[in-house]
Design a protein around this ligand. Structure first.
Ligand code: SAH
Length: 385
């Protein structure tokens, strides 16, 4: 019998694309995709499965709305529309997060608070964002509201905490604009510190409502461990971690490397990275807020050197001037972490043409049931080029 994905709203939601395949079949499908795109560069190692194929999402977002009959619902937007599909529990999302969202929904009723209406711009609760630090168990709840006014907010928080004592911080974020962005600019901490701290591979990471942080804890451990294994760092090594986000990979590398330079375009992420370095007592890292290509071009022009470059660009991949600069810096090893094997194939082609050899290709399944596949690739410099 054909495999049946046990989710009643899979079609309407569209968040999972591989619902006709069992988890084993999904892994084979992703393996075949990576081999098709990257097999010409070398042997593709067997894909590492996600340690938890279900409920792996530690960042959960729910939109709130009201049905025609007046029922407040929460869930996800139907793909490419603004209709909310009611979801009480999702197979990808952290279970506690889903339970918290259901509790918030029932509390709205008891506190006589409304859901926001994104057509009229009226009403109270727009979204709930729940982030869980799986390594420490800390939980953040962000209530995104259409108005600043929050009637009986202390009692509301108390009731929520009573039901979910695992919550360590609650934040109100005001978003009163007509926008599809979830978070607004204005923020008030209602309970706790306003952030959560996770522990991953021996380092601590502070996560705020806006910080980027990988969403699959177990999968991220596998991914980063592979990246570090491929980087094969030694105490004198100069490492550049580019497209660094909040600096996670670089911070893990800083334990063995001589020095790490972390380059990232998003100023908020760089601020988080600096704070996280302090939290971990790291002294051999430098953080630069810059466009990767421009910064690397500058380094290449100044004849700087690097032993290892770790790069983790967004889906669009990297740029030719960036890769050209990397080749000028001539690191022994380049570790390329990619969330899109298509652009990775294009970029590997450039590196192979300009003095690098692909040594290892490791797919990792960070996003079970979706079409996405992450790949870590190790390249090394060909002598004499
Ligand atoms: N390595 C990190 C983040 C990877 S996501 C982690 O594992 O958590 C890719 C990052 O590249 C994002 O943080 C994005 O802000 C950054 N980025 C996108 N374009 C960039 C550019 N042109 N220059 C530098 N960083 C860029």
């Amino acid at each position: 019998m054909a495999y049946q994905f046990p989710c009643p709203v899979a079609k309407k939601c569209g968040g999972c694309q591989l619902t006709n395949l069992s988890y084993e079949e999904q892994l084979s499908f992703k393996q075949a995709k990576v081999i098709r795109l990257l097999g010409k560069f070398g042997r593709v190692s067997e894909i590492l499965p996600s340690p938890s194929p279900f409920h792996y999402r530690n960042k959960v977002q729910a939109a709130f709305g009201t049905t025609r009959s007046g029922e407040i619902i929460s869930g996800v937007y139907q793909s490419s529309t603004h209709n909310i599909v009611k979801v009480n529990s999702c197979l990808l999302e952290n279970k506690t997060a889903d339970a918290i969202i259901v509790t918030v929904r029932s509390l709205l009723r008891s506190f006589k608070l409304s859901a926001y209406n994104d057509k009229t711009g009226r009403g109270f609760l727009r979204h709930v964002l729940v982030k869980t630090a799986v390594g420490t168990g800390e939980v953040m709840v962000v209530l995104v509201t259409g108005t600043r006014e929050f009637k009986s907010k202390n009692d509301f928080c108390r009731a929520l905490l009573e039901k979910h004592p695992e919550i360590t911080t609650i934040i109100q974020n005001v978003n009163n604009r007509f926008t599809s962005l979830v978070l607004g600019e204005e923020q008030t901490v209602l309970f706790g510190s306003g952030y959560i701290t996770d522990e991953l591979l021996g380092k601590k990471f502070m996560i705020s409502p806006r910080s980027f942080y990988q969403i699959n804890y177990g999968g991220t451990k596998l991914l980063y461990s592979k990246a570090l294994e491929f980087a094969d760092l030694h105490s004198g090594d100069r490492v550049i971690d580019v497209y660094a986000g909040v600096g996670t990979i670089g911070m893990l590398a800083s334990g063995t490397a001589g020095e790490v330079l972390s380059v990232e375009l998003n100023a908020d992420a760089v601020a988080d990275a600096r704070r996280n370095a302090k939290l971990n007592g790291i002294q051999n890292m430098r953080f630069v807020c810059a466009d990767a290509t421009e910064f690397l071009l500058g380094m290449a022009a100044e004849h700087e050197k690097a032993d290892v470059v770790i790069m983790d660009p967004p889906r669009a991949g990297s740029t030719v001037p960036f890769m050209k600069s990397v080749c000028t810096l001539a690191p022994e090893r380049v570790v390329y972490v990619s969330c899109n094997p298509e652009t990775l194939a294009r970029d590997l082609h450039y590196f192979v043409q300009h003095g690098y050899k692909v040594k290892k290709i490791q797919p990792v399944d960070m996003f079970p049931h979706t079409q996405h596949v992450e790949t870590v690739c190790l390249m090394s410099r060909v002598e004499g080029k």
